[in-house]
Design a protein around this ligand. Structure first.
Ligand SMILES: Nc1ncnc2c1ncn2[C@@H]1O[C@H](COP(=O)(O)OP(=O)(O)OP(=O)(O)O)[C@@H](O)[C@H]1O
Length: 234
């Protein structure tokens, strides 16, 4: 298994008291599968993704990625784990306005500190843009791309470090239904091709049929709505 969250609880300070945002959540996900995470606003979905992507250390419980327990690592070590093994797609594409689609991907790689030949990195970035359906648009800046195309750049950028885990927070909330479904189909295809363990938060029930498993969060507690053992054992 690629990622294992074991008995994770997150407690935030809340006024004079505390708020339990995640309540003893356990979740594992394998390479090449998409796990959907649903739940009402404020139920704990983003908190779960923050834990899965090492942005937030749980108050108790552990997170294991590629067999390594990352929970006890220093902030610096966690940053390295994130850079090397995790791809993150936020709700709104946070692209740099002055950079072309290709340079958004190249810049991410350079920020990561990777010392690889620039030509190789550009070739990889171009291939990734092609794989998300943006061949021919590599040199456009964000203002000259549609919302769906911007989200595709965002997804391609998250894959630049060839992550084991892909964490995706409501990628289609700014898109119409059809374009939203196309983005989910793309994410499922990329998950299969690149072997990521993908965790996908979505509010759109119509997208769930495209995913392998569906977990539901209520007040921080996780239950499975659909958990196909045959797929997870793969
Ligand atoms: N930094 C924080 N400090 C205190 N409470 C927080 C913090 N972040 C989130 N919470 C609370 O934790 C709970 C879970 O929040 P979370 O953002 O994980 O929910 P969500 O399911 O992602 O919601 P939405 O669908 O609205 O994005 C909420 O009650 C929220 O108010």
């Amino acid at each position: 298994m690629t990622i294992a969250i074991d008995d994770a609880t997150v407690i935030y300070p809340d006024g004079d008291g505390t708020l339990t945002a995640l309540d003893r959540v356990s979740l594992t996900a394998d390479a090449g599968t998409v796990t959907a995470i649903t739940g009402a606003s404020g139920s704990g979905k983003s908190t779960l993704l923050a834990v899965a992507s090492t942005l937030l250390t749980p108050t108790s419980g552990t997170v294991t990625i590629d067999g390594r327990d990352v929970t006890g690592l220093s902030a610096r070590e966690r940053t390295a784990v994130r850079r090397d093994t995790i791809g993150i797609v936020f709700q709104q594409p946070s692209l740099v306005p002055s950079l072309t689609a290709l340079d958004q991907l190249v810049a991410t790689n350079e920020l990561g500190g990777a010392k690889r030949p620039r030509r190789t990195v550009r070739d990889e970035a171009a291939a990734l843009l092609d794989s998300v359906g943006l061949a021919g648009l590599e040199h456009r800046r964000p203002a000259h791309l549609s919302g769906g195309q911007r989200q595709r750049v965002n997804i391609a950028r998250a894959l630049m470090n060839d992550p084991s885990v892909l964490v995706v927070d409501e990628p289609t909330s700014a898109l119409d239904r059809e374009r939203g479904m196309q983005i989910i189909e793309l994410l499922v295809g990329l998950t299969r091709d690149r072997g990521t363990a993908t965790l996908l938060v979505t509010h759109d029930d119509r997208q769930l049929d495209l995913t392998d498993r569906v977990a539901h969060i209520t007040d921080g507690a996780l239950t499975w709505s659909r958990n196909d053992e045959a797929l997870t054992a793969r």
